[in-house]
Structure formats: C-alpha cells, structure tokens
Design a protein around this ligand. Structure first.
Ligand SMILES: CC(C)(COP(=O)(O)OP(=O)(O)OC[C@H]1O[C@@H](n2cnc3c(N)ncnc32)[C@H](O)[C@@H]1OP(=O)(O)O)[C@@H](O)C(=O)NCCC(=O)NCCS
Length: 135
C-alpha cells in the first residue's frame, strides 16, 4: 500500500498537507514537492488505498542524516497504524541509502505529536536548530 507518490496524486498530497495543518503561508508546498521529487536524494512515499491518498511522508538525505517531512495521515484514516507504517517505510528508505540516523523537526505548536514519535522509539535530542531565510 506504500508506494512512491504517483503523479496523479500530487495535488491531493498538497491538499492533505493543508488539511492537517502542515503548511505555512511562507512555505510553498508545491515547490517542496517538486524539489523532493527532483533528484535521487529524496522521495515522497504515499499510502494509497483504492486510488485514494490516505497518507504521505517526504524523506531525504543530506549525506550525513536522513530527514522526514510532511508526515500526514488523512483525518478519517488516523489511528489505524498508517502513520507508524509510513515512518517505518521512511526509515527503510534512509537505511537503504546507507544512512544510519533519521531526524525530524516538530513545530512547538504541534508538541502533542511528540507522543506519537515517542511511541515509535524517537527521542527529543538536546540540540537547538538554527535557520536563516536565504530569499
Ligand atoms: C501524527 C500522525 C501522522 C499519526 O498518524 P496515525 O496514523 O494516526 O498514527 P498511528 O495510528 O500509526 O499511531 C501509531 C502509534 O502512535 C500512537 N499515537 C498516535 N498519536 C499519538 C499522540 N498524539 N500521542 C501519543 N501517542 C500517539 C498510537 O496510539 C499508536 O500506538 P500503538 O501502535 O501502540 O497503538 C497523524 O496524527 C497526523 O497526520 N497528524 C497531523 C499532521 C502532523 O502533525 N504530522 C507530524 C508533523 S511533525
């Protein structure tokens, strides 16, 4: 059920990200999707059931670590284990790329989701992430 996101479902993926609150006005999810699909160091995995998109995870590697973004399960399909299996698929993708550690960032406004990641064996690292806009 987990496949590389088919082209026919690109718009549905962005709509799902908007629906579950993963987009922000200053980010362009369509551009994020195109960038992630544009090279061998990243991919978007999708849970597709009867042609419908029920979940996604964007995964990639910077050569040192693997990263996950846009983990989303459709509200009607949450609580069925899809999120857990999407994370496992992303972990498999990272391992297959020869990278032994996977990371993700959680917005402080979404801290309730930490319980989900903790259930999957993730722990909060004692680091601060820094960022700078380049455009
Ligand atoms: C987070 C999300 C992907 C989880 O997907 P899901 O399919 O509902 O999760 P699963 O059914 O696979 O749950 C896996 C386990 O985590 C647990 N879990 C799920 N949400 C949890 C929460 N908020 N707190 C604690 N545990 C949680 C489940 O009980 C389950 O445990 P079990 O396997 O022992 O029963 C989904 O809620 C979602 O799309 N949220 C909105 C988008 C989002 O916040 N994405 C993450 C951005 S960092």
């Amino acid at each position: 059920m987990i496949v590389e996101l088919p082209a026919a479902l690109y718009d549905e993926a962005v709509a799902l990200w908007r629906e579950v609150g993963l987009t922000r006005p200053w980010n362009d999810p369509d551009a994020d999707l195109r960038n992630a699909l544009g090279g061998p160091s990243s991919a978007v995995l999708a849970w597709v059931e009867d042609g419908a998109l029920l979940g996604t995870v964007m995964v990639g590697t910077d050569g040192h670590r693997g990263w996950m973004y846009y983990l989303a399960v459709a509200p009607t399909a949450q609580g069925r284990g899809l999120g857990r299996q999407l994370v496992a698929a992303a972990e498999g993708w990272v391992l297959a790329a020869g990278i032994p550690k996977v990371m993700l960032m959680v917005r402080t406004s979404n801290e309730l989701v930490l319980g989900f990641y903790e259930a999957l064996g993730y722990e909060v690292n004692p680091v601060a992430t820094l960022g700078k806009r380049l455009n």
